[in-house]
Design a protein around this ligand. Structure first.
Ligand code: GCB
Length: 604
């Protein structure tokens, strides 16, 4: 079967992954507080659309693949047809599309290589950390295979202790951004398929036995911080200590045979985290030689009938949707400045909440929402027409979900895990997504499960009765009255019927406007038309009794190859309240007024 698959070019990359001994990648929780050596910077790159660096002309796996980092020796008749040292460089982190005009629409395989000096320490282990590589990555250090990864928006860590040595080392990463019909996401989306090593790359050093995962959260009654810490390769009888020095709290727990230590710390006296007071505590964890710090907030989130309760009190989520698109320069958002700009605008708008669409964003984003007190909807890219009947696709979605939750479960700002966006209401889809909802609850029972559903129309009534609603804690729904259907006034006569007695978030609404294009409110693409959509939507939304939040689409214009209208879209989805060059459109101020004056929303 493998051999047969490997003769088809479309499957080349997948086959290569099968043919190497699979090394598992993991996610080191709190990796940004670990000692690390950055591998960011200039990497040599080779664009390889035919996968020549992996396969011979008969599609056999090459024994002398580009991962060996070969070069023709002067005077030798050894034929080597590539040379990283003489090849152009690209910046890491960064997508290749916005770094080279020739690569703007390129969606294939690119080889990345760099040299680095390293001094491994005795009794220390080293992991290669990749913040994100879109979409598939294969990794070698000093010519030896380290690991592979699929999924363009989740972080992963691969142990490289064996492959590294003292002195000069080299790393080669093959990144393939080919869109996959059976990928997560599938081949058709409404965002740009930025390829490459789009987030930070580093070597992370840990002790022989080290803390790889933990879950510290306030219990339902808000009386105790509970959870667990997991230590990899702990010796029998080892213990784990968790301390919150500021609150004079410290506990030590015995690890069980699988390396897990259960933690219970009395929470009396701890200040709760909330958007008004985003209190983070400095936490110290230690297990033998391994010491780790984190900044963690404590709060509860739950539903009660149609209410969302934060720390036991009803809250209304005044939000905005955000893509991980870099303001001003374009490309993937991946640095502190990008995060500061995007969240700065959300703050200016009056938001206490953001929907991080449509995939997990850089960890800088959720660190910042924790610090700034902005609640978060985080989602995996299960988007539109996934191959829901394919068990392999389910596995990919489950992997991304667990990587997302593992990286971010100690972030107080995240209150909602979203499992899908606008998926067709079919039995296979429902089974697939109910499995994911179950997975979330197993991995993290302290947050709410949601999804952005599609809405049905019956005359002047919008009906939300998608059967997936049964499996959700909070119903999310997207609607585009005024843009994809009717004019903005359509909202005035629309009523809503929701089949579930649960909180509802309108997770998208909006319309396009080209910044600076003005005209009558009836003229599509003008700022006035977009503002008019918001003016008619807000009163309609206020009439929905169970509305508990909203995240209009979207904070900033973003690139999407689906958006082709010359002079207006030019490759951008223009539903931003702000242009990609930072110009605020009229609708921004309509929403800002409603948020700041508190004329939208109830339940608080
Ligand atoms: C949607 C999608 C979002 C699109 C948006 C649009 O419903 O969820 O990803 O970008 O509509 O602009 O059409």
């Amino acid at each position: 079967m493998k051999a047969k698959l490997c003769t088809s070019f479309a499957f080349l990359f997948i086959c290569q992954m099968f043919l190497y001994a699979q090394s598992e990648s993991t996610v080191l929780v709190d990796v940004d507080h670990r000692q690390s050596v950055s591998l960011n910077g200039d990497w040599h790159t080779i664009v390889d659309p035919y996968a020549t660096g992996l396969y011979t002309f008969h599609h056999e796996v090459r024994k002398d693949g580009y991962y060996l980092n070969g070069a023709a020796e002067p005077g030798s008749d050894n034929l080597v047809e590539y040379d990283f040292a003489k090849s152009p460089t690209l910046k890491v982190p960064g997508d290749w599309n916005t770094q080279s005009p020739q690569l703007f629409y390129y969606e294939g395989l690119v080889w990345y290589q760099r040299d680095f000096d390293y001094q491994p320490q005795a009794h220390r282990r080293t992991f290669l950390h990749i913040g994100a590589a879109n979409y598939k990555a294969m990794i070698w250090i000093n010519g030896q295979h380290v690991c592979d990864h699929e999924g363009g928006f989740t972080a992963f860590d691969c142990e490289a202790t064996q492959q590294l040595h003292a002195g000069k080392n080299f790393i080669v990463v093959a990144v393939d951004a080919t869109r996959q019909a059976d990928g997560v996401p599938t081949a058709t989306t409404d965002w740009f398929n930025y390829g490459g090593l789009t987030r930070d790359v580093a070597l992370v050093e840990v002790a022989d036995s080290f803390i790889d995962d933990y879950d510290l959260h306030l219990n339902h009654e808000r009386t105790e911080v509970g959870g667990w810490v997991h230590v990899q390769d702990a010796s029998p009888g080892a213990t784990i200590t968790v301390a919150i020095p500021e609150a004079n709290l410290s506990v030590t727990a015995q690890l069980d045979s699988s390396g897990n230590g259960l933690i219970r710390i009395p929470a009396t006296g701890l200040q709760l985290w909330s958007p008004g007071q985003p209190k983070l505590y400095h936490i110290l964890l230690s297990a033998g030689e391994d010491k780790l710090e984190d900044e963690v907030g404590f709060r509860t989130v739950e539903t009660d009938g149609q209410n969302i309760l934060l720390n036991g009190k009803p809250i209304f989520l005044r939000g905005i949707s955000i893509h991980a698109e870099a303001p001003f320069r374009g490309g993937r958002a991946n640095n502190d400045k990008d995060v500061e700009t995007l969240l700065g605008w959300a703050h200016e708008l009056g938001c206490n909440y953001v929907r991080l669409a449509h995939y997990p964003h850089d960890q800088r984003m959720t660190r910042a929402t924790d610090r700034l007190g902005i609640l978060v909807w985080s989602e995996i890219p299960v988007y539109w027409a996934e191959h829901f009947a394919d068990p392999a696709v389910l596995k990919k979605a489950e992997q991304q979900l667990s990587e997302e939750i593992r990286r971010d479960r100690n972030k107080a700002s995240i209150v909602l895990w979203s499992i899908a966006n606008e998926t067709p209401n079919t039995p296979e889809r429902t089974l697939f997504l109910k499995t994911l909802a179950g997975d979330v609850r197993k991995l993290d029972s302290t947050r709410l499960v949601t999804a952005a559903l599609l809405v049905r129309t019956e005359g002047h009534t919008k009906v939300i009765d998608d059967s997936l609603g049964e499996a959700l804690d909070v119903i999310g729904a997207n609607e585009y009255i005024g843009w994809y259907e009717q004019g903005p006034q359509g909202a005035d006569t629309t009523e809503w019927k929701v089949a579930y007695n649960k909180p509802l978030i309108i997770s998208e609404f909006g319309g396009d406007a080209k910044a600076g294009l003005h005209g009558p409110e009836t003229q599509r693409w003008t700022e006035e038309y977009q503002a008019s959509i918001f003016k008619h939507q807000l009163p309609m939304l206020n009439r929905i009794p169970q509305l508990r939040g909203m995240s209009p689409w979207i904070l900033m214009d973003f690139r999407s190859p689906r958006r082709q209208l010359p002079g207006i879209e030019d490759g951008f989805n223009r539903k931003g309240l702000i242009s990609d060059q930072g110009e605020k459109k009229k609708a921004f101020f309509v929403l800002q007024k409603a948020y700041k004056e508190g004329t939208i929303g109830k339940g608080e």
